[in-house]
Design a protein around this ligand. Sequence first.
Ligand code: ATP
Ligand code: MG
Length: 407
Amino acid sequence: MSIKAPKGTKDILPEEIVNWHFIENTAEKIFSKANFKEIRTPIFEDTNLFERGVGDTTDIVNKEMYTFIKSDRSLTLRPENTAGVVRAYLEHNIFRESPPVKFWYKGPMFRYERPQAGRQRQFHQIGVEMFGIQDASADAECILLATEFLKSLGLNDLTVEINSLGCNNCRTEYKQQLKNAIAPFLDKLCDDCRTRYEKNPLRILDCKNESCNKLFEEYDLKNKVSGIKLCDECSSHYEKLKSYLDILNIKYVENTFLVRGLDYYTKTVFEIKSNNLGSQNAVCGGGRYDGLVETLGGPHTPAIGWAMGVERLNALIPAKTPALIDYFVVSDNQQEAVKLVSLLRSKGYSAEFDYNSRKFAKQIEKAAKIAKKAIILGEDEIKNNYYTVKDLLTSLQERIDKEQLFS
Ligand code: ATP
Ligand code: MG
């Protein structure tokens, strides 16, 4: 039986890689303009990092981690990259640098989820993290960066949703309010929601289970719990963010039910949703995580970041065709052909020839598929020191002296 790629993973084939390069190159261009530096951290980390960092009441940690033991050490394929970046930020004493410290990353993430359209077990994220700034201008900078990036990819028809989860103090009262509203139908909710009810009731609002969501509607949960009542500091932070977004002309929708799936968020959270994807419609998720650096053993450090799903971005971008190479050398003299190909490459052109030295017609046929121009190097050309250059787009053919090719 032939071996297939594991369920929930996908090969990215050469014809698809053009879009990936476009996305990654655009990221690098947009982020470096804002002085975000790229960081690459390991694909696996100590399991403990995610348990402490992502939070042990989250689905990611409870159900979705790829964990394995090597030499008595528990390691996990990273399900997200914020924890890894924070670990590196601390390990290399980057926290001693004067703020802000701004990173971006790209790479594969791993979550044991049910594969479906827009949801894989190995998927890719591009993300940013910004450390050291408490002011809401950092929140606005991150959201701006996300919208600029999406715009540069040619994507519109997106909605930015924002919310503030406040600080621990703000949340205490809200959690109780939420529990009171949910109590009448708690026994009808899914097992996860019943656990969350005890451990982390806010996360109930993030449940993806359809029957739970129906119950929320049936019991009019949205109207019963009016959103987190923010303390003065959190409220002024949120108001400031909104005024920055207004100044930047970034349109947003406030969604008081947006809580996000990870434990570490404080104050600002946001998601960017596409109106052109099916049910997995979130292309970007992020928020402020002022407590995470401290949780992972560092000094108190305000921070904010987001991550985008590259597969979901890709699904919105029309497929780009791979670029044609500059020259295909058509010849029955392989030694001359390989010499010319090497010369062309040394001059900065992309070039190929027919390794099997097939009939000229076959070679031209192949050339027309992959190159802009064919250089024909037949017996007469070799003898009389010239090339016949055929423009494969217009079919125009001209005789060019050897020395003139690069002039
Ligand atoms: P979702 O609500 O879709 O499960 P999430 O809240 O788990 O998303 P984050 O952890 O915030 O997502 O990750 C940020 C982005 O990464 C998402 O908005 C999405 O575009 C992408 N993403 C997350 N999980 C997957 C997955 N299993 N397959 C493909 N893309 C994903
Ligand atoms: Mg998820």
